[in-house]
Ligand binder design. Structure first.
Ligand code: HEM
Ligand SMILES: *[C@@H]1O[C@H](CO)[C@@H](O)[C@H](O)[C@H]1NC(C)=O
Length: 334
């Protein structure tokens, strides 16, 4: 009887905590309901056309949201070009010759400004476009919380400092996510984004020639054919921009194959392989195996972590502004 009482108490507490954590977000579902009721249809239509023309664009728009949120929060700082004393994040190491999708965001912003002038933030547009991209490639859908405002500046140094490098150790990946208020569960679920898109030889060269496997389980050495295929694609020097798919098996589908890949030794980046290669981090590997065997569970966790990432350091109220042109702050364009 007593244990029944206790479980009931725990249940009530859990429900309260789940509800409460949702209410913690300063963002809301129906933010533009009155001011721009057709916003999500407009974004979806343009993302759909962009992905039809260039299938990789789905991956690129998803990554754009990540690189926005990890630098000063999800505030569209990543979209700013160089002007006056702002140094664009676009030129930082993780973004240079790599981050894509800026023209698609410009196009969405142009269309949205026609119907709802000076109303919708660039940061919200990126977030909706990222969700739509996942859905278009067969991934899960979710309701996007809205109400972000756009930053008045960018952080070139922040982009170099806070976006994890492809050769990061697991400890530094964990630290990088923790810095954003994201935990190890978020790290594993969000890394599942590498079910889409491509990486340059430059990003995976160390993984195929110089990945120190000492004190590691050696998962990344399991598929020698994969390794030699990558080596012939990406020599020790040169061909820096040659591309390889992050998910060899189902590169165009948003699914859980990424997790199966890394268990089988087919993770493209060191950061991917680290999720299973580090013997001491059983907690993390447990997530990898769970997602590899249960796609629904991966989708469920991915959605939760995307919502969490989309809340990182958002600007609301009278902070920031609603940019008219996503590439410049309003005081500059006027
Ligand atoms: C865990 C740490 C992460 C590291 C170290 C990392 C690193 C990278 C690197 C190096 C590339 C290839 C860039 C290039 O060579 O041009 C890449 C691509 C990509 N990343 Fe990540 N990433 C991480 C997490 C994430 C997260 C959290 C997301 C999304 C929520 C994401 C989404 C993507 C996508 C979709 C691509 C392919 C982009 C395209 O084809 O245009 N990544 N990532
Ligand atoms: C990652 O790569 C950078 C640039 O090539 C290098 O300076 C750094 O030492 C590498 N880090 C690790 C942990 O291997």
């Amino acid at each position: 009887m007593k244990s029944v009482q206790i479980s009931f108490f725990v249940l009530v507490l859990t429900i309260f905590r789940v509800r409460n954590s949702r209410c913690d977000s300063p963002l809301v579902l129906d933010y533009y309901k009155e001011t721009c009721p057709h916003l999500e249809e407009m974004v979806q239509r343009i993302v759909e056309i962009a992905v039809l023309e260039d299938p990789r664009m789905a991956a690129s728009l998803l990554r754009l949201h990540f690189h926005d949120c990890f630098v000063m929060g999800c505030d569209a700082s990543v979209l700013l070009d160089d002007f006056e004393n702002v140094i664009s994040e676009k030129e930082a190491g993780p973004n240079l010759n790599s981050l894509r999708g800026f023209e698609v965001i410009d196009e969405i912003k142009y269309v949205v400004e026609e119907s709802c002038p000076a109303t919708v933030s660039c940061a919200d547009i990126i977030t909706i476009a990222a969700r739509d991209s996942v859905v278009l490639r067969g991934g899960p859908g979710w309701d996007v919380l809205l109400g972000r405002r756009d930053s008045l500046t960018a952080s070139f140094n922040g982009a170099n400092q806070f976006i994890p490098a492809p050769n990061s150790t697991l400890d530094s990946l964990i630290a990088d996510f923790q810095q954003q208020g994201l935990d190890t569960g978020d790290l594993v679920a969000l890394s599942g984004s590498h079910t889409l898109g491509k990486a340059r030889c430059l990003s995976f060269r160390q993984r195929i020639y110089d990945y120190n496997s000492e004190e590691k389980y050696g998962y990344h050495e399991r598929d020698e054919e994969y390794l030699s295929a990558l080596r012939s694609l990406c020599p020790r020097s040169g061909r820096d921009n040659t591309l390889a798919p992050l998910d060899l098996k189902t590169p165009a589908r948003f699914d859980n194959h990424y997790f199966i890949n890394i268990i089988e030794g087919r993770g493209l980046l060191i950061s991917d392989n680290e999720l299973v290669d580090q013997g001491l981090q059983w907690e993390i590997r447990k997530h990898v195996f769970a997602y590899a065997s249960n796609q629904e569970y991966f989708f469920y966790s991915f959605v939760n972590s995307m919502i969490k990432m989309g809340n990182v350091n958002v600007l609301t109220g009278n902070k920031g502004e609603i940019r008219k042109n996503c590439r410049f702050v309003n005081s500059y364009t006027i």
